[in-house]
Design a protein around this ligand. Structure first.
Ligand SMILES: NC(=O)c1ccc[n+]([C@@H]2O[C@H](COP(=O)([O-])OP(=O)(O)OC[C@H]3O[C@@H](n4cnc5c(N)ncnc54)[C@H](OP(=O)(O)O)[C@@H]3O)[C@@H](O)[C@H]2O)c1
Length: 332
């Protein structure tokens, strides 16, 4: 790594890669160097937009000595093989969510990253938003008492551009790996814990992937989370967090900047409601880019905010949910 700036390469010149490219360009400690795509034309078009280099060969990108960290922005099914390639070339990694398709793949990557002294992090970008950090502080302060229940809806009708990867089993489509992971990791983050038990149901799309799912999660503290999510159903987009002394109402919780804390102090009457707004930057990826730069510069191999043991546990949980429905991807 050069003394001045963390040098980034991107694998996969698709939709989300642009947001990360813009965020890297905003970060004062980072420089975008090159992009790789299976399509030379796609790579070139992307590269021209950012004034960087391009290649149609992923191996050529990860073997460049002037790149420190690779962002993997391909569809879920490719994350494992792309990460393996980059780790074999001892590159640090930021991997789009979901980290892999299943826990077995995640475990292998985690072991290789440790052996090769590579930093690695799953891109759960929302966790670094100022609103999330503030919410966690408020819950930890105990102002709403013991947290007993989360009730989260996270559904919408996906835009056409996202449908191929959401619906295709070969691309590891399905709502759980793509959207369910957000409310699940939201609850785990706020409770600093993983569920000890789960029960779930799903409804399959005609392509065979889960398009609507509901999960009931239970935690050691006794807290219960009830989550529903879909890419094909317009539902509310909100998280409700109920404690013994009050509750939090968080519309658009997944990336929102405003939530309201209602205090009833154990009575039937809400005595006070405070609405809190944090300034989330228009490109919310800047916070995770800053975290990657900070941790790599500090010589760390993982982020304390999204530790690899949590990423692995999340993949295991999603394996378990899919197992409840007898749902495996064709390539598993
Ligand atoms: N953090 C977030 O808010 C967020 C939002 C959206 C997506 N994501 C994640 O980012 C990843 C990419 O999502 P996206 O919406 O950017 O996907 P996308 O544009 O549909 O595809 C991204 C890349 O994946 C490869 N790809 C796509 N379809 C393929 C196919 N049918 N066959 C072979 N390769 C294919 C291509 O890589 P090449 O260019 O190399 O050929 C493409 O450029 C996903 O894992 C998703 O979960 C995260």
């Amino acid at each position: 790594m050069s003394g001045k700036s963390l040098r980034w390469g991107i694998i996969g010149a698709g939709l989300i890669a642009h947001k990360l490219a813009d965020a890297v360009n905003i970060n004062p400690d980072s420089t975008l160097v090159a992009v790789a795509s299976k399509s030379a034309e796609r790579a070139q078009t992307f590269a021209e937009q950012y004034g960087i280099e391009s290649t149609a060969d992923y191996a050529a990108l990860v073997s460049r000595p002037d790149i420190d960290v690779i962002y993997i922005a391909t569809t879920h099914n490719f994350h494992y093989e792309n990460a393996l390639l980059a780790l074999q070339h001892k590159k640090h990694l930021l991997i789009e969510k979901p980290f892999t398709v299943n826990a077995a793949q995640a475990q292998e990557l985690i072991e290789l990253a440790a052996r090769n002294s590579c930093f690695m992090m799953e891109a759960i970008w929302v966790r670094f938003l100022p609103s999330m950090i503030r919410l966690k502080q408020i819950l930890k302060s105990g102002i709403i008492g013991d947290i007993k229940l989360f009730n989260i809806s996270f559904g919408g009708i996906a835009q056409a551009q996202y449908l191929p990867r959401l619906t295709d089993p070969q691309l590891a489509g399905g709502v759980t790996l793509d959207m369910g992971i957000y409310p699940i990791t939201f609850v785990n983050f706020l409770l600093d814990d993983m569920p000890t038990a789960s029960k779930s149901f799903c409804r399959f799309a005609s392509t065979g992937v889960d398009e609507l799912a509901t999960y009931q999660l239970q935690y050691a503290s006794g807290c219960i989370a009830s989550i529903n999510t879909s890419f094909n159903l317009l539902t509310r987009m909100e998280a409700m967090i109920y404690g013994s002394l009050g509750y939090v109402e968080f519309p658009h919780f997944q990336q929102g900047d405003t939530f309201t804390v209602h205090i009833h102090n154990g009575t039937r009457t809400v005595e006070r409601s405070d609405t809190i707004t944090e300034e989330n930057h228009g490109n919310g990826f800047i916070y995770q880019v800053a975290e990657v730069a900070r941790q790599i510069r500090a010589g760390k191999l993982e982020s304390d905010i999204i530790p690899l043991r949590e990423t692995l546990a999340t993949m295991q949980l999603m394996d378990n949910l899919r197992a409840e429905w007898g749902f495996r991807y064709p390539f598993e």
